[in-house]
Design a protein. Structure first.
Length: 347
């Protein structure tokens, strides 16, 4: 028996005897049920049938008890397999991936199709964007820089703020803006005139909207950066290049808009989804309001559109009439009517 004991700790001879004991136990149990099924028969007298049935039933039960005891004895001799026995190369079988759990081929095929589709749509988008340029610059409206005559330096003439009753006020303002912008474009090298022109436009816009405060700063010396505070609703960081708006970031009123060194944070997004939505809509508005010949009108139109968010959490959607949809208020403002819509209701 000692030779039959494996290094894994299992007694194979006792294991085989235990299987035979299980078969004997099943046979004994079957005889018990056969005895109960047959009952009292093949006896002439009633007393003889009862004695025969009782003796047969007792013998069957003793046989079951004997076989069960033998099975328990053999089960103790079998032993338990060792948990630390070496499996050699068979131990690596569990490391092989299962096709149902790791469908590598199907995932690679899907990624390849997705990559081809992405490349196809990127090509279509590139061709459409080349046909409809979104550059917001005044230089593209005229001749090329090489063929444009050299401009003579001149002084800046700011638009008149008052006086003159011969023409309406809006005509005088428009004429003054046009003349000032002509000087602004024709003398790009004079940074002092450019700064004065930008400061004048921003100050006039600041006076137009009492509920909106605009703080202008130039951390890099030339390009202006605006911190627009709209009531107690939100704050907007506007990055400008001369008088053209390049980037806007919308954050909550109580969110921090400065970096550790005290400068405006123009890269981090808002922590709230509602203001991230407004940032996306503001970027769309920058592409919508395009008038390179009169950039001050573009800035004033954008600020007018931005001012409509003063009731961001108070105005219902003009289509569905609800204040909230998917937990968000109406974040879209129509570019013409400034009406409030949910992002899905505006389509």
């Amino acid at each position: 028996m000692a030779e039959a004991v494996l290094s894994a700790g299992v007694n194979l001879e006792a294991f085989a005897q235990a299987i035979s004991a299980i078969q004997a136990l099943r046979s004994s149990v079957t005889r018990v049920f056969d005895c109960l099924k047959d009952g009292r028969r093949n006896k002439e007298t009633l007393e003889g049938r009862e004695k025969g049935f009782v003796s047969s039933f007792q013998e069957s039960l003793h046989s079951v008890s004997r076989d069960l005891g033998e099975l328990e004895r053999l089960s103790n001799l079998v032993g338990k397999p060792s948990e630390n026995h070496p499996l050699h190369n068979s131990g690596l079988l569990s490391l092989d991936p299962v096709q149902d759990k790791t469908p590598l081929y199907s995932q690679l095929l899907q990624a390849y199709k997705w990559s081809n589709k992405l490349q196809y749509h990127a090509g279509l988008a590139s061709s459409l964007l080349n046909q409809q340029s979104l550059k917001r610059s005044a230089n593209q409206m005229g001749v090329s820089a090489k063929r444009r005559p050299k401009a003579q330096p001149t002084t800046l003439v700011l638009p008149p703020q008052g006086g003159g009753a011969s023409r309406p006020a809006h005509e005088k303002e428009a004429q003054g803006s046009l003349s000032a912008f002509r000087i602004f474009v024709n003398s790009p090298g004079d940074s002092l005139h450019t700064k004065r022109y930008v400061d004048d436009v921003i100050s006039r816009i600041d006076r137009m909207f009492p509920e909106m405060s605009i703080h202008l700063s130039r951390p890099n010396g030339t390009s202006a950066m605006l911190l627009v505070t709209l009531g107690k609703v939100l704050k907007v960081i506007v990055v400008m290049r001369s008088l053209f708006i390049d980037r806007t970031i919308v954050k909550g009123y109580h969110e921090n808009v400065y970096t550790d060194d005290g400068k405006l944070d123009i890269w981090s997004k808002s922590s709230y989804q509602v203001f991230q939505k407004v940032t996306d809509h503001a970027t769309t508005a920058l592409l919508h309001y395009q008038l390179p010949q009169m950039p001050d009108v573009v800035v004033r139109s954008f600020m007018t559109w931005l001012r409509s968010y003063i009731k961001l959490f108070q105005a219902p959607c003009q289509r569905c009439g609800k204040f909230l949809q998917d937990g968000l208020p109406p974040t879209w403002r129509d570019f013409r009517t400034l009406e409030a819509f949910h992002d899905t209701c505006r389509q």
